[in-house]
Design a protein around this ligand. Structure first.
Ligand SMILES: Nc1ncnc2c1ncn2[C@@H]1O[C@H](COP(=O)(O)OP(=O)(O)OP(=O)(O)O)[C@@H](O)[C@H]1O
Length: 381
């Protein structure tokens, strides 16, 4: 019995692994395709995607059915073996003892065997459950073996007041170990109060510069300084608290408009006055107040109730609410019409009088395809 349970347990492990992989492929496919359903429809790709879905769903169904079948087959087999053994023992005992065994001893012998079946089956079941869960456990454990790439510096300091000087010194960077160099020996010095515009071809590495500044990645070589401090010597929370980012892909989360704008204080309690001020500055107040529940309206999954331009204005308002010392707008105004862009631009100019701003497409209404980075600093510095 032990041999059978062991052998089938190994088989169940393989079948469960296949079922887990099939379910993971199906859910990651759905995660990817459902948010892009508009694009799929616009490209008449429904039938193609349906076929792909059917293939994945069928693979998932077959793998799950295979697992269920094997899982229900094992206890039946164990039971059959057990009863076979029981019968053999009973018949053998009768033949061998031929009257030397009395009836009560026979009954107690058979009863004890019958009582044993349940614990044996339980052990078999527990073993099967373990084998079934093993692939999932392995997948989870393999996640925990990832080493964090960020090296935590125990001597890192907090940033107090940021003047806004940003310096890239001899910075080289590549994604992965063998990828091509995205940045090579790059020097860039943005002084306090100076406006610098960065433009370059698509894929030239402009967003990468921002990622390095936020320490989402560390440079392969060279250093980046804020106000003369190497950013590796700044506590990561402090660094990111001082840098506001409105990225190319606007990210809104399911929740109220206020929660999305006051995202930074979601746990601590949102300051509604600041939310309103940020929305006004980002020219988002008008359309927010026209919503049925105003700032309490739920924005839907990924902010689905808003247009692209409205989402961008909410994202800008969120960055303004954060009140960072450095504000990065990575083509943040690309989805705005010229009127809204002008409003946002005026608001930002007003805002810049009080802080440092790094931005990529400030003048995108003039050069719509040109991304920019500019840095303005607080007059007091
Ligand atoms: N996570 C990543 N893994 C691997 N390569 C990446 C990754 N992100 C960007 N790259 C590559 O790095 C290069 C620079 O990308 P980056 O996003 O910085 O360009 P960009 O100048 O901002 O482009 P765009 O103006 O089109 O936004 C590109 O060749 C891109 O394919």
């Amino acid at each position: 019995m032990g041999f059978v349970i062991g052998y089938l347990g190994e088989k169940l492990r393989d079948v469960s692994n296949k079922a887990h992989l099939a379910a993971a492929s199906l859910s990651s496919y759905l995660n990817e395709i459902l948010p892009s359903i508009l694009f799929v429809k616009a490209n008449n790709a429904e039938s193609c995607e349906r076929k792909k879905f059917q293939l994945l769903a069928f693979a998932d169904l077959s793998a799950t059915m295979g697992k269920k079948k094997l899982k229900s087959f094992i206890p039946q087999l164990v039971q059959a073996i057990y009863f076979g053994t029981l019968l053999t023992f009973s018949a053998g005992t009768l033949l061998v003892s031929k009257g030397s065994i009395d009836c009560s001893a026979m009954v107690s012998f058979v009863t004890s065997l019958v009582l044993l079946i349940s614990p044996i089956q339980d052990v078999g079941k527990a073993y099967n459950e373990l084998k079934q869960g093993e692939p999932a456990i392995q997948r989870l454990f393999s996640l925990t073996t990832f080493e964090p790439e960020e090296i935590v510096n125990p001597d890192a300091v907090d940033l107090d007041c940021v003047a806004g000087e940003v310096k890239y010194s001899n910075v080289s960077f590549r994604y992965g170990d063998n990828g091509p160099l995205v940045l090579k020996n790059m020097d860039l010095h943005i002084k306090s109060g100076e406006i610098v515009a960065l433009c370059g071809p698509s894929g030239g590495g402009k967003t990468t510069l921002v990622k390095l500044l936020l320490r989402l990645y560390d440079p392969l070589q060279g250093s980046i300084f804020i106000d003369g401090l190497d950013i590796r010597g700044i506590r990561i929370e402090s660094l990111r608290r001082n840098i506001g980012l409105v990225s190319q892909d606007t990210t809104l989360f399911s929740g109220s408009v206020a929660e999305n704008i006051g995202y930074r204080d979601r746990m601590a309690g949102i300051d509604m006055e600041r939310v309103k001020l940020a929305a006004r500055t980002a020219s988002a107040e008008e359309f927010i107040e026209a919503l049925p529940l105003s700032y309490e309206t739920n924005v839907g999954p990924r902010g689905s109730i808003f247009s692209g331009g409205q989402k961008q204005r909410i994202a800008i308002a969120r960055a303004l609410y954060q009140d960072p010392s450095i504000l990065i707008l990575d083509e943040a105004t690309s989805a705005l019409d010229s009127k809204s862009e002008l409003l946002v631009r005026r608001a930002l100019q007003h805002l810049m009088q009080n802080r440092t701003v790094s931005k990529r497409s400030f003048y995108s209404f003039v050069y719509s395809s040109v991304p920019w980075l500019l840095n303005l600093s607080c007059p007091s510095s």
